[in-house]
Design a protein around this ligand. Structure first.
Ligand code: GLN
Length: 200
């Protein structure tokens, strides 16, 4: 089974680990570049983005994550994880990992709806609407030409994909509906294996 790394510097790590394991993956908590080297994919959970951007630098993870993801390693950021992965963040000068060509705005759905469960239509998952939990969630203000918008709320992108990089403003790890976790595992399964030189 593929081994999915879950960044474990801060945030709701355990919920992702459980959901990934229910979906059939092995998991590994990632705190160091050595941990990252043993992972086949990386999930960055919800938490506090400005703190985690600082911690990634301090733990020497910024450069190796960029390098692995740009070389094709599947990556999924939920909420804070999407902010950390974005090309840029409105009103925030701190440099991000810059893995997906979107601009996000933090805490964008307003104070009165800081936390909400919304039934979202996500055609890529098929079937029933998805119970999406938003907690002081970002929305997506700009998407580059290579970015696919997989779901919207109030006219703003809340689930996006660019090749091997997936981002959700909401928290699929908190609902017990593991369809987004399975979608991510399918991204790994479909990933082209490197072509080996054939002998002779
Ligand atoms: N508001 C948080 C931030 O800006 C993200 C919230 C979350 O991950 N649930 O980092």
């Amino acid at each position: 089974a593929p081994r999915i790394g879950v960044l474990a510097l801060q945030g709701d790590v355990v919920e992702h680990v459980r959901a990934l394991e229910r979906a059939g993956a092995e998991t590994l908590e990632v705190r160091t570049p050595d941990d990252l080297a043993r992972a086949d994919a990386l999930v960055v959970p919800g938490g506090e983005s400005t703190t985690v951007i600082r911690l990634l630098d301090r733990f020497g993870l910024t450069a190796p994550i960029r390098q692995r993801v740009r070389a094709g390693m599947p990556f999924w950021g939920t909420c804070m994880g999407l902010i950390v992965a974005a090309h840029d963040v409105a009103g925030l000068a701190q440099p991000t990992l810059d893995l997906i060509d979107v601009t996000v705005r933090r805490n964008a759905f307003g104070r009165q709806v800081a936390s909400a469960e919304v039934l979202l239509a996500i055609p890529a998952l098929g079937g029933e609407p998805f119970p999406a939990v938003f907690i002081r969630a970002p929305w997506i203000e700009r998407t580059g030409p290579q970015v696919e918008v997989l779901a919207q709320r109030d006219g703003h992108g809340v689930m996006v994909r660019q090749g091997n990089v997936l981002g959700t403003s909401f928290h699929p790890e908190l609902t017990g509906d593991d369809r987004v976790h399975r979608y991510f595992l399918a991204m790994l399964a479909r990933r082209a294996e490197p072509v080996e030189a054939s002998p002779g």
